[in-house]
Design a binder for this molecule. Structure first.
Ligand code: CTP
Ligand code: MG
Length: 552
């Protein structure tokens, strides 16, 4: 690491410590939810931002100043960002003060003369180099004369390179991990622009449709490289009863077959006409049919669904919890990173635990700690403007403005205590008989057999983690114990802990033994595999340290 990056890291460290102190201080004395931005307001602001933005591909960073002066002809520029994708393509995201500037820019833009390319109007453009004007080194040097923002990356950093080992306190390492890996401003802007591309393409024929990002792109738990979940849905509009002219419409059923056909058509539209959309796959047989595709200009994978209003409300619920207390997000990020690094989660769907399930488990644990409320409390406190019944008839009514909620119990545990607490809580959780209900904030009896049962908070008859096999649950439990043991013994021996040690997971040489033990346990459910069984020598040391702790 060179000197300047080390200095930047130290500044960030100090900043985080200050921030940490300030937030802790605030959380003790007042409600840190006071600065809470309502989800609808947040989404509305991001959508307006995307309507005022265009994304332009340029040949290199040196074209930025040229592009800036060219775009300025169409109106005042509010923000301009440059980023480069792994494939070395350069892009500039330009936000204007006013949407009319984007309209006139698009009106003035042209299509290339090529009978093989279909002319499409979209916010994705490329900037032709100006051959008549040679750009001299001098004008290149002047490129920072505009409000150019280049410090935000679109590429997820390697956690080994962010300097976790430089920070002593585990809590600060967790905050640094969040700071370096969370979805940043440019990533969020590009996600909303990706949604807007599809919304614009459909506007002529479906004027009331909008395309919204949901899931981790907006629920406050998104990472820089997370996929985008999108949903095409109707805007809530009120009928103008004074108008005597009414559009004719077609009657369609909202049946599954209709949704599947819509998915097929959307897939065709993306594949045949929309720039940047590639590797389109129609997954119409899934419980929620989707189109999967890549948006090459943004460098992300997208899942587009039609009419999944409940998932949008779920994103809002998670957003509320993510912003409820400063400890929620660093804890969720650390647990998700841990699960990713030790291969408990996997990018492809399957019989393993998902990030969504993990997030709900962390939230459930924080409910046990009384750091966040149970959902029932939010439902009871709902006001008239919180009532939401989806088209599918799902009741998604709960208090949205949680700054209005009275906080009774104060829990001042630090992030490191909570991380250890999370691992210990679930390491001894009886997944065989208990289901997890965030609605009651309590464990309940399992309504049916599933290896892991997390009651879907909005569709309470569904299990969010139905996909997970019993082998994976057992592997999860062993890893929880291993993690608790790793942190606990290190804190006791050296009074410090390096988060990277947690992400190393099992020693590969011991893997076959572990699989054997898991299989053995499944056959003999009464005999519990413990860390002691798996690491005979090490766990002896662990037991000794525990004993020492008790003696002290
Ligand atoms: N969802 C749901 N019920 C499920 C799975 C998903 O309601 N059984 C909703 C949640 O709102 C979730 C969203 O769909 O956040 C997107 O699902 P997914 O992409 O699997 O999870 P993310 O939260 O987006 O996490 P990741 O970053 O791993 O994509
Ligand atoms: Mg997602």
């Amino acid at each position: 690491m060179n000197k300047s990056s080390l200095r930047r890291l130290c500044n960030l460290h100090e900043h985080l410590i200050k921030q940490h102190r300030v937030i802790r201080y605030k959380s003790k004395t007042s409600n840190d939810i006071n600065s809470f931005v309502l989800y609808d307001k947040y989404i509305c602001e991001r959508r307006s931002q995307s309507k005022c933005s265009v994304l332009v591909q340029v040949s290199s960073e040196n074209s930025c100043s040229d592009l800036y002066s060219y775009c300025s002809k169409f109106g005042a520029i509010k923000n301009i960002f440059h980023y480069q994708l792994a494939g070395s393509n350069h892009f500039v995201l330009t936000e204007f003060e006013d949407q009319s500037s984007v309209n006139s820019l698009l009106d003035q833009s042209t299509h290339i003369k090529d009978s093989n390319v279909i002319a499409v109007r979209s916010p994705f453009l490329w900037f032709r180099s100006n051959t008549s004007k040679k750009i001299s080194k001098l004008s290149i040097a002047g490129k920072f004369n505009f409000p150019f923002k280049a410090n935000q990356t679109m590429i997820e950093p390697n956690i080994k390179d962010i300097g976790l080992e430089k920070l002593d306190s585990l809590s600060n390492q967790m905050l640094l991990l969040l700071e370096c890996t969370q979805l940043n401003d440019i990533g969020t802007r590009l996600r909303f622009l990706t949604a807007m591309q599809i919304e614009n393409a459909l506007k002529g024929i479906f004027p009331l449709s909008k395309v919204l990002p949901f899931g981790s792109s907006v629920n406050s738990f998104g990472k820089i490289g997370s996929d985008i979940d999108l949903v095409l849905m109707d805007s809530q509009t009120t009928e103008n009863e004074t108008s005597r002219l009414i559009f004719h419409g077609k009657c369609v059923s909202n049946s599954r077959t209709q949704i599947q056909r819509n998915i097929e058509i959307l897939g065709d539209l993306l594949q045949l006409f929309l720039p940047g959309c590639s590797r389109v796959k129609r997954i119409s047989q899934a419980r929620v049919p989707i189109v999967k595709y890549s948006q090459d200009f943004v460098g992300v994978e997208c899942d587009l669904a039609v009419s999944n209003e409940t998932a949008v409300n779920m994103s809002e619920l998670l957003y509320i919890f993510g912003n409820y207390d400063y400890r929620v997000r660093p804890l969720v990020f650390t647990v998700k990173m841990w699960a990713k690094e030790i291969n408990l989660t996997n990018d492809t769907p399957g019989r393993w635990i998902t990030n969504f399930s993990l997030t709900l488990l962390v939230l459930f644990y924080l409910q046990q700690e009384k750091i966040i409320p149970d959902i029932q409390t939010l439902v009871k406190q709902a006001r008239n403007n919180d009532v939401r019944i989806t088209n599918e008839g799902i009741n998604c009514t709960f208090l949205r403005d949680v700054s209005k909620l009275n906080r009774v119990v104060e829990n001042n545990k630090t992030l490191d205590q909570l991380l250890l607490g999370f691992f210990e809580y679930f390491a001894s959780f009886d997944f065989n008989t208990n289901a997890i209900s965030l609605n009651f904030g309590k464990k309940i009896n399992k309504p049916e057999y599933s290896a892991l049962y997390i009651v879907n908070p909005l569709e309470v008859h569904f299990n969010v983690s139905k996909n997970i096999s019993s082998e994976e649950v057992e592997r999860f439990r062993i890893e929880l114990r291993n993690a608790a043991w790793t942190i606990d013994s290190s804190l006791m021996n050296t009074n410090s802990f390096n988060l990277l040690d947690l992400f190393k997971g099992f020693d590969v040489s011991k893997k076959s033994q572990i699989i054997f033990d898991i299989q053995h346990q499944i056959k003999n459910p009464n005999r519990l595999v413990t860390v002691k069984d798996l690491f005979d020598d090490d766990s002896q040391t662990h037991e000794d340290t525990r004993l020492n702790k008790q003696l002290k």
